[in-house]
Write a protein that binds this ligand. Sequence first.
Ligand code: AP5
Length: 212
Amino acid sequence: MIAVLLGPPGSGKGTQAKRLAPKLQALHLSSGDILRAEKAAGTELGKKATDYMDRGELVPDSLIIEMMLGRMTRERGKSILLDGYPRTLAQAEALDEGLARSGLKIHRVVNIDVPDAEVERRMTGRRSCPTCGAVYHVEFTPPGTAGKCDKDAVDLVQRNDDKPEVVRKRLVTYHHQTQPLVDYYRKCGLLKDVDGIQAPEEVEAKVEAALA
Ligand code: AP5
């Protein structure tokens, strides 16, 4: 199974992928997580991507396509839940072509729909664990002890691109460059919409049903 989670920044793609990947015995591949790991490791790709990410802009297609198709090729044979990729029409077309070369295709695209005002609330309250990647929200999904990860007690951090001015820019970027993919996949007959405004466990049940 190759499935795509689509939706605006902060719609809960990462939250849902982390919940569902083990259940579906799928590999969760997040382009944002891979880029942040490259950045933390100080690689050439990480250095090239940093300024775009901190400004709330997309990293150029050529870099992303090579990074993601390369990773998917190395993971060939596994079920994959894609989170944050593809994000432009050029990326979607490259993904279709890359999969076709291996005799594969996308099984389902789930669009998690959340309005902009809710995105802003979610992202400014998001905190994550730098060690295990667990994601919390100070109000909606807080850790047991304020500011500490439930799994390893490490101090939680706020992402650079979750500052309010960068969040607004990321939303503009989303509406211009990524939202057209909703129509692209709808026309392909692959898209199912899920209302992302409910509690995480309710959204999870709907995404799971949409992927079945
Ligand atoms: P990336 O990391 O992919 O960011 P994003 O798509 O903007 O998505 P987020 O990770 O911010 O949000 P999410 O939907 O995963 O929400 P989450 O589950 O965390 O990309 C970062 C940057 O990298 C991009 O801006 C770009 O520069 C670059 N990049 C990445 N991919 C690229 C690509 N393909 N092409 C070009 N550039 C690329 O949830 C958010 C918060 O809400 C959390 O606090 C969570 O606890 C809370 N929450 C989740 N669900 C609920 C719920 N149901 N109710 C209440 N709160 C909830």
